[in-house]
Design a binder for this molecule. Structure first.
Ligand code: PSU
Ligand code: MN
Length: 316
């Protein structure tokens, strides 16, 4: 193991970095642990296409044989998805990275691990479905996603559809505030709720367009450059799911309640909670949650690509 094999940036991403072209980082847990097979791999390849069509370079991030890879190829995305059906892909958040490298394993990166690896490669615009957050009942379980901690010291702008209603959204926003993370909703005053457009909770800032978000990214770059040795927080941008793709809130809520009870009954814990709930909600909503999930991730990828394109003209 050497430093050069630790972080591997693929040729197309290297080229985009060298030429100061816009790049959008994409995570891998969403398609290995967040969606059933083969929908996950299919969606990921389509999401990459959405990014390209909007003029940016997609960089899907994962650990392959213990290397941190930035910019998976189509074949690598497909084979990671297949390996995950054989339980040969770990869900990797920050705490799991060392062990995954040490054992030369394959790992699908969460928002936290993806943001960290993206920032190592100098990429600071990132699209995903939803971020992890404070779980319901966290006042006793203390289940707070590592995503919220990583974003406290990693200046990456995460474009997402908010946080799922499986989470406690007001407390998630509280912890983001505690951690100094910039939070904004797009086109409305309330933070979105993943499957539905409105969480009922006001976002600290509301921005009108990708242009406004690009200006925020430019400011984040400026501050990071002003104090290069300090840690800097990132940003979470909540983009509401398109109205025509919005799920039936009552149906998803009922499915979520049942899934949470089932998780409790089966004693599901730790990093298995989020994948379990996502799968249960999908089954119980008869695929409606998956359809909404696919639509919103593509919408976020399109938005993030526009942000990356605009931001690349604002900073050098
Ligand atoms: N939320 C989703 N889909 C996902 C995830 C969250 O709607 O796939 C994944 C992301 O990778 C996120 C991770 O970073 O779950 C959070 O897991 P945990 O709650 O264990 O921190
Ligand atoms: Mn957790």
């Amino acid at each position: 193991m050497s430093l050069s094999s630790c972080v591997v940036v693929s040729e197309h991403v290297k080229d985009a970095i060298k030429r100061n072209k816009p790049i959008v980082a994409l995570e891998s847990t969403i398609f290995t642990h967040g969606m059933p097979h083969p929908d996950g791999a299919k969606t990921q390849l389509e999401v990459e296409q959405v990014v390209r069509a909007a003029g940016a370079t997609p960089a899907t991030i994962a650990l392959l044989n213990g290397s941190l890879v930035v910019g998976l190829s189509k074949d690598e995305i497909t084979s990671l998805a297949i390996l995950s059906t054989q339980h040969k892909v770990d869900k990797v958040s920050r705490r799991d990275i060392y062990q995954c490298i040490a054992q030369a394993k394959n790992g699908a990166t969460t928002v936290a691990a993806t943001a960290f690896i993206a920032s190592l490669a100098g990429i600071d615009v990132f699209a995903t479905g939803g971020i992890g957050g404070v779980h319901r009942g966290a006042e006793t379980t203390m289940d707070v996603s590592n995503d919220l901690v990583e974003l406290a010291h990693t200046p990456v702008c995460v474009c997402c559809a908010g946080a799922k209603s499986i989470l406690d959204i007001p407390r998630t926003l509280e912890v983001l505030e505690t951690n100094g993370v910039a939070v904004a909703s797009v086109g409305q005053s309330n933070f979105p709720a993943f499957f539905t457009r409105d969480s009922g909770v006001r976002a600290p800032t509301s921005l009108a367009s990708a242009d406004d978000v690009a200006r925020l990214v430019a400011a984040m770059r400026l501050v990071s450059r002003a104090a290069p040795h300090a840690a800097h927080p990132g940003a979470v941008i909540g983009i509401p799911i398109p109205a025509q793709a919005e799920a039936d809130a009552a149906e998803v809520e009922a499915a979520t309640e049942e899934a949470l009870r089932e998780a409790n009954r089966r004693g599901i814990e730790g990093n298995a909670v989020t994948p379990f709930i996502l799968a249960e909600v999908n089954t119980r909503s008869k695929g409606n949650s998956l359809r909404a999930n696919v639509a919103l991730i593509k919408n976020n990828a399109h938005f993030a690509a526009q942000v990356a394109v605009r931001a690349s003209t604002m900073t050098t």
